[in-house]
Design a protein around this ligand. Sequence first.
Ligand code: TXA
Ligand code: MG
Length: 332
Amino acid sequence: MKTVIYSTTSKDIEKAAEIISRGGLVAFPTETVYGLGADAMNSKAVADVYKAKGRPSDNPMIVHVSDSSDLDKLTGSITNDMKRLMDELWPGPLTMVVPKGESVPMRTTGGLDTVAVRMPANEVALKLIAMSGCPIAAPSANLSGKPSPTRADDVIADMDGRIQGIIRGEDCKVGIESTVVDMTGETPVILRPGIITAQKIEAVLGKKVIYDSALFKKAEDEGFKPRSPGMKYKHYAPEADMVIVSGQRTNVESEIERIREDKEREGLKVGVILFEENGFDEAAHDLFADLRDMDKAGVDLIIAGALDTDDQWGFAVMNRMVRSAGYNIVKV
Ligand code: TXA
Ligand code: MG
C-alpha cells in the first residue's frame, strides 16, 4: 500500500479526513502521541487498525471527538462528574471510560460494554475529526509493543506501507499517552496514569480518585488483572536490552557509570537515559523519542535512571519506563 504523507494545511487535512470517512486509516498528531485513526463507527475500518498495528483484538481503542456534543452518539449516560471533567480538562490529555452507547461497534471497544473517549488538545487532530464527520478511534500509531511515536518520522518508520495516510505535524508536546480514568462507578479509578494527575481530577470533582491496583503490580505477579486491557501486553519496548537503575541520585549515577564501563569493555554499545532530577515534563516529552533514537543508533544496552514515583508525573513516566525495560530494575 502506498502511504501518502500529508501536511497540516486545511486542504491536506480535508483529504486525510476523506480517507477516514471512506473507511481508510490515517495517522495524525495529538498533544500526547501520534494516533492511528479510523472511523470509530465502522467495524471494518477498526479491524484494519488492529491489523496495521499487529494489535491483539481485545485491546480497545480510545474514541476521539472534536466537540463534547459528539459524546451523545457514543454513550447513553453523561453524569455530572463527566460533564465537569469535560468542561475543565477538555480538550486535553484525559480519556474517560464511560458506558458504551448501542451504536458503537463492539470491535471498537474490544468487546467491552464501556467506551473510552477523549478530546485531544491539538488543532490538527480537532480539524481532522470535525472534517471526517465521525468520531475517530485511534490507538497510538506504533507497531504493537514498540514505544509510542511522538514525532512524524517515528510514525513513518512504523507505518509506511501499512496505512493510507500520515499527517506530518509537529512533535507531540506531552510525549506520553493520556490519563485514562474509569468514570463508570461512583469513585473515579485511574487505569493509566498521565500528566493529568489524580490530584487534578480530585480538585475538579471535589471527591477522592483511586488508582487501579494493577498499576502497582508486575505482569507476572499473582492477581495482575488490569481493568485497562492494554496494560497487560508487552509495551514500549526498544530493540535494545534495557535496565533501570533506581535509588539515591549519586548512587544511581555511579552505578550507571559502572555498568556502562563494564559493558563497553565487553564490546557492547551502551546508551544512557538520565533525566534531570525533577525534570518530569522533560522526561515525559523525551522518553519514547530517546528509546527510538537509541535503537536507530544501534545501541545494544540502554541504562536508564529511575524517576521519583512520589511525584505524580514521575509515577506516570515510570509506568512506561518499567515496561520498556521489561521490569528489569537494579536497586542501589
Ligand atoms: O494519548 C492517548 O491516549 C493516545 C492518543 C493517540 O490519543 N492514544 C492511546 O491509545 O494511547 P492506546 O490504544 O495506545 O491506549 C489506549 C488505552 C489502552 O491501555 C486500552 O486498554 C485502554 O486505553 N482502554 C481503551 N478503552 C477502554 C475501556 N473501555 N476500558 C478500559 N480501558 C480502555
Ligand atoms: Mg499504545
